[in-house]
Design a protein around this ligand. Structure first.
Ligand code: BTN
Length: 257
């Protein structure tokens, strides 16, 4: 284990999933630990998907949250803001990076990072593990295997990045977002909402059962759900995915093409 000021980083060469590992070892891991793996053989994505995790190419990290506070969705929001800032520092303004509800990080129309939070339950919920998958050095060829439009810092900037140098930057951002989550959850919520640049756009909302609702993304509710119009009625969409509709991104904030 390597020590970062105020934050433990546990490095694993190979693991099936850092989230699975952190949930299983939750009781032994101190609050705020980042479990970082060079490779995942069964990386987990949202909604039962897999997260392709080739050796040494990208960041696969799980953050141990022992001081879990309601509303729980804010822990994942904190992680998405930390990953967003880490990517911004590295990309140096080359591409407009933003959050796509709930916690994907996008560069233009391509996904560059994703967040997966999992509750740790003993008798009740006692904490959370928040996984961050950040595409750093994967090639366009590798990213094609994701089956979605995906980017990495490398495909965006043409450069390669040292994961060893990025980890302390991510750790610093996670720590600062953790402090904000604990001390100023309302401020964190507002910042998270501000970074969700798709609010106001016409988008496809894909429900877990596969039904698709094309609607304007009106707002984010206090419980973290996306507020949309469904058959003329306001509805809070709390689980699912958003698909960007052709022509819905047309400004410098999202770099729509
Ligand atoms: C998504 O589907 O957008 C979420 C992807 C989350 C991937 C990360 S990689 C580190 C951590 N361990 C996992 O198995 N998944 C998360």
């Amino acid at each position: 284990m390597t020590e970062d000021p105020g934050l433990d980083i546990l490095f694993l060469q190979t693991v099936d999933s850092t989230n699975r590992y952190a949930v299983e070892h939750f009781d032994e891991l101190s609050d705020g630990t980042l479990v970082w793996a060079e490779e995942q053989t069964a990386g987990r994505g949202r909604l039962g998907r897999i997260w392709i995790s080739p050796k040494g190419e990208n960041l696969y990290v799980s953050w141990v949250v022992r001081q879990l506070k309601e509303p729980y969705f804010l822990a994942a929001a904190a992680a998405s803001l930390a990953a967003l800032e880490t990517l911004r520092e590295a990309a140096g303004g080359i591409c407009p990076l933003y959050l796509k509800w709930p916690n994907d990080i996008y560069c233009g129309q391509e996904k560059i990072a994703g967040i997966l939070s999992e509750c740790v339950v003993r008798e009740t919920i006692c904490g959370m593990v928040v996984g961050m998958g950040i595409n750093v050095n994967s090639s366009a060829e590798t990213l094609k295997r994701t089956g979605i439009r995906a980017a990495s810092l490398h495909t965006v900037t043409g450069r390669f990045f040292s994961l060893k140098k990025m980890i302390p930057q991510l750790a610093k951002q996670v720590r600062s977002c953790y402090i904000k989550y604990l001390s100023d959850p309302d401020g964190l919520f507002l910042r998270w909402k501000e970074e969700n640049r798709l609010i106001g756009r016409e988008l496809d909302f894909v429900l877990p059962d596969g039904r698709v609702i094309r609607s304007r993304f009106l707002d984010i509710a206090e419980d973290g759900g996306a507020v949309i119009l469904d058959g003329g009625k306001r509805r809070v969409f709390s689980c699912g995915d958003i698909r960007i509709v052709k022509g819905s991104l047309t400004d410098k904030n999202t770099n729509g093409k």
